[in-house]
Design a protein around this ligand. Structure first.
Ligand SMILES: [Ca+2]
Length: 427
């Protein structure tokens, strides 16, 4: 029987290990054999309060607010980690860092990456016949087999790590301000802390560096063009597709874009927020024009704002941590205080995801789509339930906390020890 069973299971856990089976979009009606497309847009260092739909003080996200009105807004969504690489590893594997091995950010000098025995969402869908593309920041290893093209993505266009981890000729706004790339054979300068200016930031298209250093002022437009091209090509191919977009926004340095110039006098962060909103709007418009009825569009953030960047950091809304300042409370990313990992999250799929509704479900990393009728789910499982390839991990893979195994049995909660980090002052 030709039918589609789509189940997007978002499994949540509290920090104390309590279980929250959250949202379970389950569709069994006849869709003439069509499998859904997935578009995941992951913002960088975006704050919960940066979304106007979340926080009325924000007026810079018209497109995202419209998407929230047309879809489902999760007001209590938590990233799997409060920093880049672990959060992204969890998104793609459905497993927390304690299980997938990524507990810290990868550096420019890192020779490793997301362990090769981990199965990614892209690999699962690629094996299921999807066209898979990744555009933007990867940050899960950039040497050899750790490159996105070897982790399940047919197409890759983007930067290998954060855009403050390499010099550019368009440094943008940052604290401290970082210089442009050195010229000729001039020796390295005595750089400010947190400025990586010796290695120019590369821009990759698949395995090739197509620009170095990256022009940050035009990066957002390049991402928009590549994302819309990918959606167009994938749609005309007749195959379902996965597009994962890792935005540079709202991580510092904030680009000195045309938009910034036009909005002279506005805070650079607000201008950057509007540029990100425009980029998301362009991708959503393309989805609406080409595959509106068969595409699940998901927007969220990897972790909360980088509070140490002061006016160049986003808004955590009310989750400031100030009420426990005497105990080290902080809104910053890289901490386990709430603003560090509570992020915006929107789901959009007209006709499938209810419109203009909110959910207070507590969520975390496991964006776990499975496609195909139940008897065919086995090949499409993500690593939360066991990989499609043998694991070489010394720790036998087990279901993630609160995840259900294929029989629907919930795994027992695990107790984790979370440590708090001390509040750090603005730079
Ligand atoms: Ca981040």
């Amino acid at each position: 029987m030709a039918w589609l069973f789509l189940k997007v299971l978002l499994v949540g856990v509290s920090f104390l290990g309590c279980l929250y089976p959250l949202v379970d979009f389950c569709f069994s009606r006849d869709t003439k054999g069509q499998r859904p497309n997935f578009v995941i847009i992951l913002a960088d260092d975006v704050g919960w309060g940066d979304l106007g739909a979340n926080w009325a003080e924000t007026k810079d996200t018209d497109n995202l607010d419209k998407m929230a009105a047309e879809g489902m807004r999760f007001v209590d969504f938590h990233a799997a980690a409060s920093t880049c690489s672990p959060s992204r590893a969890s998104l793609l594997t459905g497993r927390l860092g304690l299980r997938n091995g990524v507990t810290h950010n990868f550096a420019v000098t890192s020779v490793g990456g997301l362990p090769l025995n981990e199965t990614t969402l892209a690999e699962v869908l690629q094996q299921a016949g999807y066209v898979t593309g990744m555009i933007g920041k990867w940050h899960l290893g950039h040497h050899g087999s750790y490159h996105p093209n070897f982790r399940g993505f047919d197409y890759y266009f983007g930067i290998p790590y954060s855009h403050d981890m390499g010099c550019t000729d368009t440094p943008g706004y940052n604290h401290p301000p970082c210089p442009a790339c050195p010229r000729g054979d001039r020796p390295s300068r005595n750089l400010e802390r947190d400025c990586y200016s010796d290695v120019a930031l590369p821009l990759y298209e698949n395995l090739n560096i197509v620009e170095q250093p990256v022009n940050l002022s035009s990066l957002a437009q390049k991402y928009a063009e590549k994302a819309t091209q990918f959606i167009q090509h994938a749609s005309t191919s007749g195959r379902p597709f996965l597009l994962y977009v890792g935005l540079a926004h709202m991580h510092v340095p904030l680009a000195r874009t045309q938009l910034s110039a036009e909005t002279w006098g506005r805070r650079p962060y607000a201008a950057g927020l509007r540029e990100m909103d425009s980029l998301v709007g362009q991708i959503k418009d393309k989805v609406d024009r080409t595959a509106k009825n068969n595409t699940f569009l998901w927007f969220t953030g990897d972790n909360g704002p980088w509070a140490q960047k002061c006016e160049l950091a986003g808004s955590v809304g009310p989750f400031t941590g100030l009420w426990q300042t005497h105990q080290g409370g902080s809104p910053a990313k890289q901490t386990t205080w709430e603003g560090g990992h509570r992020v915006p999250a929107l789901a959009y799929w007209p006709g499938r995801v209810p419109s203009n509704v909110t959910s207070t479900a507590l969520l975390r990393c496991c964006f776990t789509p499975t496609a195909g009728p139940p008897e065919r789910m086995e090949p499409f499982r993500l690593s939360a339930w066991g990989t499609t390839r043998p694991s070489t991990s010394p720790v036998e893979p087990k279901p993630a906390m609160g995840a259900s195994d294929p029989s629907g049995t919930m795994s027992p909660p695990l107790s984790l020890t979370w440590k708090t980090m001390q509040r750090k002052p603005c730079l």
